[in-house]
Design a protein around this ligand. Structure first.
Ligand code: SF4
Length: 317
């Protein structure tokens, strides 16, 4: 194993993305934030648009915990999966400092096994593995695992982790998965794990890809307009909770005018929204906003698309 660890460490020194800002710090909050942002989002997007502005606005976990949720959601706008932001905010309201213990980390809102391990190893140098999608793929190929359980994968990961330098080892594994052990056409001849990899000759067989059928949901959205202002309400359900959005209804109002359709792909379903506008002679909704005022609200991607459709129709009138 020593030889493999050495190869991994050497590869990381030569090819790893060591300059990423969350890799040049051991501040637990910065590392935690990067882990949460990177859960569903590419490094490039997080780096170019979200990580630094978020830290500028909320420089410490304490500052984040004291901020209103609306401000946190506004800084998260466009990143999607808003539960991540709400959980970050909740965690920040519960602790001033993140614990180093994995079991304690797991008690905090939204922190799952991988995030707990990532914070423990990257912020506190604990000799534990991480298990994001790229690492899972490597482990499956190394051991020819087609449909392993989580338990099997963690057991394998614990056996392989470099306890002397877990920080660089874990970062290297993620980079190897992202750049060499890719889903299609892996570059095995350049891989530091090539000597011990049992699956390299038929790598794309591992793990077995699950076929996913994405359902479609349809929604009618009505934009109520009073005095040139648009009605939006703050959502209360679990989905998109806290964000501002346009009203949905089972059936569109008879007097409303259809202006077009907006589609949006979420991870688990595709949403098709049929958009209607309804002009009111007196205010029937709770809140109305001008287009400039809406810019200051945290709204979801799909509401942004609806707004864009509405603005294009208005400018054509
Ligand atoms: S040798 Fe090939 S299949 Fe095996 S871990 Fe490396 S890149 Fe992946």
């Amino acid at each position: 194993m020593k030889k493999t660890h050495k190869s991994i460490q050497n590869w990381y020194k030569a090819h790893g993305r060591q300059e990423l800002p969350w890799r040049t710090t051991n501040d637990p909050y910065h590392i935690y934030l990067s882990e949460v942002m990177l859960q569903q989002t590419q490094v490039k997007t997080v780096l170019e648009r979200y990580y630094f502005p978020f830290l500028k606005k909320f420089p410490t976990l304490k500052a984040l915990g004291k901020a209103p949720l609306d401000e946190v959601l506004k800084m998260w706008e466009g990143l999607g999966y808003y539960n991540r932001a709400r959980n970050l905010h909740k965690t920040a309201g519960m602790v001033d400092k993140l614990p180093s213990d994995i079991d304690e980390l797991l008690k905090l809102p939204g922190i799952g096994k991988n995030t707990a391990h990532a914070v423990a190893t990257f912020a506190f140098n604990k000799p534990v593995p991480v298990m994001e999608a790229n690492v899972k793929r490597i482990l499956c190929r190394l051991h020819q695992l087609k449909t392993p359980t989580d338990k099997e994968l963690w057991k394998t990961a614990y056996r392989l982790v470099d306890k002397e330098d877990p920080f660089n080892y874990n970062q290297a594994m993620m980079d190897i998965g992202a750049t060499l052990c890719t889903p299609k056409n892996p570059l095995c001849e350049l891989c530091p794990l090539c000597d011990i990899c049992q699956g390299k000759d038929e790598s794309t067989l591992y793990p077995t890809k699950k076929k996913r059928i994405i359902p479609t949901r349809e929604q009618n959205i009505t934009i109520y307009i009073y005095n040139d202002k648009l009605s939006l309400a703050q959502r209360e359900g679990r989905f998109l909770h806290g964000l501002w959005g346009f009203a949905s209804s089972e059936v569109p109002l008879c007097a409303s005018e259809y202006i077009g359709e907006v589609t949006h792909a979420y991870t688990h379903f595709k949403l098709i929204c049929k958009i209607y506008v309804s002009y009111e002679t007196e205010p029937m909704q709770e809140s109305y906003f001008s287009l400039d005022e809406i810019k200051k609200l945290a709204i979801s991607k799909v509401d942004e698309k609806i707004l864009k459709l509405y603005s294009s129709r208005v400018s054509n009138i």
